[in-house]
Design a binder for this molecule. Structure first.
Ligand code: SF4
Length: 766
């Protein structure tokens, strides 16, 4: 329903865009088994028919000339075609030999059923928690920030906040390029004459800065000082929202000896004492932002007549104080009472289309289980074992390795303690995106017993390292479900066949599980002896999900999703039945059934006027509060300097990031000619004065060198972004210029998310 009218030849259907966490919906036109047209979906309230340049070209990602179409096994250094049965058997036999030494590295681009299947195979079937996603590199600090503040993950607000607010603050965030359709809500309002103030806080000028009323240029880690400075002023001037804080908040600080995610309760007096030193002048010294601008920000937050929405993404997450800065920005909103009214929201954005749906909600992180459960918690393990009908004790109580550690263990010789020897990478490209790539992958000896399996759609920096390459189906070549940044679960159907032998990642996982069953792995049976991925037809006969020719007959996505739904009520993240998502352009959880049988989504969580789980008569209710009293936590964290600072030897800050035209590592978008032509190569942005001082000219190739590695790049002076003196910026989409040879593996202590936004480099003319 609501599709564009089918023509004689072209048939249309809906799907979410394959790229960013905005989660725009597109209409996909298919003719003769091929995607021939893409249109914005006017029926979708995420994007109201708009798309950005990546979205308009999303169909082209299916048709690059070098699609992987056949499983390939590396034998004596050469890739040789093998059958799917051989490939699956090789994997299953390696797992059988040492199940505990097998690791699964996944993605915020996994569909929900794909992530759920991988999660069930590993934690339920193998009793192995060595599964972690690439989202560890992009939003793990947002998760820990939400948990530390509200006791439960994911934003309270939604995209409508951008339609209702008076002020938007971007904290180290460039939505004009990274979430362009979302950002267009603000520019659209302005073009209609509405006043929306935009304050951009960042370490370099971007396209978002171009639209800003105020630009607060900060030093790296300045965001921590700025948020402390705003809270200091609100408290010192006694113009915070006392009624809201007294009724709905506690104060919290880190323990002195061994800090934990939930910290310890502190009194308001203690909070005042700790924050007293963050005067505007002290904050100016730490952040570089003038004291007058800190006062301006604090005055805005003190004004309860206006509505303020904060947005952030990688700038606050890829941060060695990631959990702290996330918690502090929530704290600014809570302290000032700019929370829970339409337009008043601290909102983290995700980079990937299903970082929320597949990683955070399904729980594909090394410490998590579906439904917000934790592997370390005996009661949680028991709940999951019951829902999966597994024997008690099937789930391992020890969290697996976080991403960087997992790869360190995989790329360390077994003789030196490297205890992961087989790794399966799905839907991501760690050979390009992990930090400090040199240390992980280059000049390694003694790794002959290690085995890397990679499923992907095109050759990548990671498939070049692989022992076994599996050709994957992508986007509308398979059924799928994503969950976007505003808690919206979206569904689509397969529309075209994948090329050659390419297969769904979900199918690969279930086929491996079935092969393990054939080889006698007891974990592949539930406690009644049934295959853990068994699907039965109406007559009770088991359908052969693992046989590709029958895969779609089984409607396996719906089956897995309905099973997964059982977990979603555990933390008030209730999802609707699968068929509701078929009808809708996504629904924001919690979704609850109404007396008339319809299903109602929730836009404003914890707010009594909209959230069905808020106690009757309450204005707000933080019903997963870590302090068990229905209150959110306002945190104090002491400012800490960045992990590595420029010095005489390495005098520049390096910041890395993305560009509008390319999706992450460029695997898909670099195969789309209009996108590739628009942004053909990575570059280094330099400040014109720095370039002049070093006698470097526009377009000249320079070497960026850190203590860990080098990358060669052409210089772009005064280009799209404009770094201040002493800072360079390099996008990471270009596999021919691996900037992650230079970046740091230093990470946040709680989220384990690495800091890609600041390290020390030098710039050398060739
Ligand atoms: Fe796709 Fe994001 Fe662009 Fe929307 S904003 S069209 S989801 S890339």
């Amino acid at each position: 329903e609501d599709h564009l009218p089918d023509g004689d030849d072209v048939r249309w259907n809906k799907a979410p865009c394959r790229f960013c966490g905005t989660g725009c919906h597109v209409q996909v036109g298919v003719e003769s088994g091929r995607v021939v047209a893409i249109a914005g979906d006017k029926a979708a309230d995420v994007n109201k028919g708009l798309l950005c340049v990546k979205g308009y070209h999303v169909g082209g990602i299916l048709y690059g000339e070098d699609r992987l179409t056949q499983p390939l096994l590396r034998k004596e250094g050469r890739l040789t075609e093998v059958s799917w049965d051989e490939a699956i058997t090789i994997i299953a036999e390696r797992i059988m030999k040492a199940p505990e030494r097998f690791a699964f590295y996944g993605s915020g681009q996994w569909t929900i059923p794909e992530g759920y299947a991988a999660q069930k195979l590993m934690k339920g079937g193998l009793g192995n928690n060595q599964i972690d996603p690439n989202a560890r590199l992009c939003m793990a600090s947002a998760v820990t920030g939400f948990l530390a503040t509200y006791g439960v993950d994911e934003p309270a607000g939604c995209y409508q906040d951008l339609d209702e607010c008076d002020v938007v603050i971007t904290w180290g965030n460039n939505p004009a390029e990274m979430h362009p359709v979302l950002f267009s809500r603000v520019t659209d309002r302005r073009s209609r004459g509405e006043k929306v103030m935009l304050i951009d806080i960042g370490t370099r000028r971007t396209r978002t800065t171009d639209a800003a009323d105020e630009y607060l240029e900060m030093k790296p880690h300045g965001d921590v000082a700025i948020s402390l400075g705003v809270m200091h002023l609100l408290v010192a001037n006694e113009n915070y929202d006392k009624a809201f804080v007294e009724k709905h908040c506690n104060f919290r600080g880190a323990e002195a000896d061994a800090p934990t995610l939930h910290g310890e309760a502190i009194s308001e007096a203690d909070f005042r004492k700790r924050i007293a030193k963050y005067t505007p002048e002290h904050v100016e010294a730490l952040s570089g932002v003038p004291a007058a601008k800190i006062r301006m920000l604090a005055d805005l937050f003190a004004d309860r007549e206006i509505r303020i929405t904060s947005l952030w993404c990688m700038g606050m997450n890829q941060h060695t104080m990631g959990t702290a800065i996330n918690s502090l920005v929530h704290g600014v909103h809570l302290l000032s009472g700019h929370f829970g009214r339409p337009g008043d929201a601290p909102t983290s954005l995700t980079g990937q289309p299903s970082a929320c749906g597949t990683v955070r909600e399904v729980g594909t992180l090394a410490h998590a289980l579906p439904g917000g459960r934790l592997v370390e918690n005996a009661e949680h393990r028991q709940q999951c074992e019951e829902l999966w009908n597994l024997r008690p004790g099937s789930i391992n109580a020890t969290p697996g390795y976080h991403t960087v550690k997992m790869f360190e263990q995989f790329t360390k010789p077994t003789a030196e303690g490297g205890d992961i020897d087989t790794m399966f990478v799905q839907v991501t490209n760690p050979g390009q995106t992990l930090p400090n790539l040199n240390a992980l992958f280059n000049d390694k000896q003694g790794l002959e017993d290690k085995f890397l399996i990679v499923s992907d759609v095109y050759p990548t920096a990671t498939t070049r390292l692989a022992d076994l390459i599996l050709p994957a189906a992508m986007w509308v070549e398979k059924n799928g479900m994503f969950g976007n940044s505003e808690r919206r679960t979206q569904q689509w159907f397969k529309m075209v066949d994948p090329p050659g032998q390419a297969r769904d990642d979900c199918w690969m996982t279930i086929a491996i599980a079935h092969k393990l069953l054939e080889l006698g792995h007891e974990g592949m049976k539930d406690k009644d002896g049934e295959f853990i991925f068994a699907v039965r037809d109406d007559a009770g006969d088991e359908l052969p999900v693992w046989e590709y020719e029958h895969y779609y007959d089984t409607n396996v996505d719906k089956h897995l999703f309905e099973e997964y739904r059982g977990f979603t009520t555990m933390k008030h993240k209730n999802l609707a039945p699968y068929d509701e998502y078929v009808k809708a352009r996504g629904l924001r959880w919690p979704v609850v059934e109404q007396p008339d049988g319809s299903w109602r989504e929730t836009r404003y969580r914890f707010s009594g006027f909209d959230d069905p789980f808020v106690a009757e008569g309450e204005e707000f209710d933080f019903y997963h509060s870590s302090s068990k009293d229905g209150r959110a936590q306002i945190w104090f964290h002491e400012y800490q300097p960045p992990p590595e600072m420029p010095d005489g030897e390495y005098p520049f800050w390096l910041c890395t990031g993305r560009v509008l035209e390319h999706w992450h590592s460029g695997t898909m978008t670099r195969r789309v000619a209009p996108l590739s032509r628009a942004m053909p190569t990575a570059y280094v942005e330099m400040n014109p004065e720095d370039a002049r001082a070093a006698n470097i000219r526009q377009g000249e190739t320079v070497v960026i060198e850190s203590r860990r590695g080098t990358a060669e790049l052409p210089v772009w002076i005064d280009g799209r972004g404009r770094p201040p003196r002493g800072t360079v910026f390099v996008p990471f989409f270009d596999e021919t210029k691996l900037i992650n040879n230079c970046t740091l593996e230093a990470h946040d202590p709680f989220s384990k998310q690495p800091d890609y936004k600041k390290c020390a480099v030098r710039v050398m003319k060739q």
